[in-house]
Design a protein around this ligand. Structure first.
Ligand SMILES: C[S@@+](CC[C@H](N)C(=O)[O-])C[C@H]1O[C@@H](n2cnc3c(N)ncnc32)[C@H](O)[C@@H]1O
Length: 336
């Protein structure tokens, strides 16, 4: 089905509750796919008992964490509560990672408010047991602050390690051709510049990623209804650099299930969790849709389209509140 978008589910509690009957797991439950390869837990990721229930005795070699952060109004109290909450899941992450492992954390920095919550988060990490490795910036096409400040177009990604994990540098070449010359060096009496000496025509990924497209509705990987989907390419880059086939990757904030799809495509296992049954269901459906149709998302349809089309209550709700028109929807080439 196409032309069947969903509004942001997190902003519409009525729609959210109308979707609950289509969710196969409730809070406290874990979905496991056949063969135990992947798990989706509907759990509170800051609760060690919940997370242990999902991990059992297994450990992961990589964690990719993308917690929710609302930096619209970070008052002091709210900020310290947020950082204390982060401390809990960071500590849990440490305990479920193997001896030598990596962790990546996406977190925002409000340039109008002392770069919070990132700055206090980084301070908290210094006593977490993890060692800092890199501070990556991914370019975000949707900026803010264009008139009175430098437009903010960055998404921050922190990379830490536990022990001494491998880092697969070969996976780290981008598709960006080298365009900047510089850095001359004399080799065997001949002056050479960096482009001549390099091993590849392309740039190796450094800690500024400008080659990754933000997800939007025209892309196959788009998952309508979600509000914070990370580009698959960014997660696949991390997975290739920091894990091996059949190893476990954990993502305690699944949302649209990007890490699960990356793990499936790259032959890793993924244990992922979300506190909200609707996002757990979306994550499971995204995997099933990928296995069935080889599609990474729904482009401008949505994960619940096949159910909603038969649900008069949801249809009339969408019609009333979003001026939704059924005649826009197309299945293959037949208008419904
Ligand atoms: C920023 S989104 C993650 C986006 C994800 N990386 C993706 O690509 O789709 C954060 C998610 O964390 C979930 N969440 C919030 N608090 C949680 C908690 N205590 N335990 C587990 N999940 C939580 C939210 O429901 C939301 O879906």
């Amino acid at each position: 089905m196409v032309n069947f978008p969903l509004p942001r589910i997190d902003l519409d509690p009525v729609l959210h509750d109308l979707l609950l009957p289509y969710c196969r797991i409730k809070i406290g439950e874990i979905w496991t796919n056949s063969g135990n390869r992947h798990k989706v837990g509907c759990i509170d990721s800051a609760n060690s008992v919940h997370v242990k229930k999902m991990m059992k005795k297994e450990t992961a070699s990589l964690a990719v964490q993308d917690p929710p952060y609302n930096f619209v109004a970070f008052e002091e109290k709210k900020l310290s509560e947020f950082v204390n909450w982060c401390k809990r899941w960071v500590n849990i992450s440490y305990n479920i990672l193997s001896e030598n492992a990596s962790i990546y954390i996406w977190l925002g920095a409000d340039q109008n408010n002392n770069f919070q919550p990132l700055s206090d988060f980084i301070r908290m990490m210094s006593s977490s047991g993890f060692t800092s490795r890199s501070f990556i910036t991914m370019r975000n096409q949707r900026g803010y602050g264009t008139q009175k400040n430098w437009m903010s177009i960055r998404q921050e990604l922190l990379y830490y390690i536990k022990g001494a994990p491998d880092f697969n540098i070969d996976a780290e070449y981008t598709e960006i051709p080298k365009i900047l010359k510089g850095y001359y060096k004399t080799i065997d009496g001949k002056e050479t510049e960096n482009l001549e000496r390099s091993k590849s025509e392309n740039i190796r990924a450094g800690n500024v990623w400008v080659d990754i497209q933000q997800v939007f509705y025209r892309m196959e990987e788009n998952v309508n209804g979600c509000y914070a989907q990370k580009p698959l390419k960014s997660i696949e880059r991390i997975v290739l650099a920091n894990s091996k086939e059949d190893e476990i990757i954990v993502d305690l904030f699944a949302h649209s299930g990007t890490t699960l799809i990356a793990a499936e495509r790259l032959n890793r296992r993924c244990f992922t969790a979300d506190i909200d049954p609707v996002f757990c269901e979306i994550t499971i459906r995204r995997l099933e849709n990928y296995r069935r149709n080889n599609k990474t998302g729904w482009q401008n349809s949505n994960p619940f389209a096949e159910d909603i089309i038969h649900d008069k209550k949801i249809l009339s709700y969408l019609k009333k509140n979003y001026h939704f028109d059924l005649s826009y929807i197309k299945t293959e080439n037949v208008a419904v």
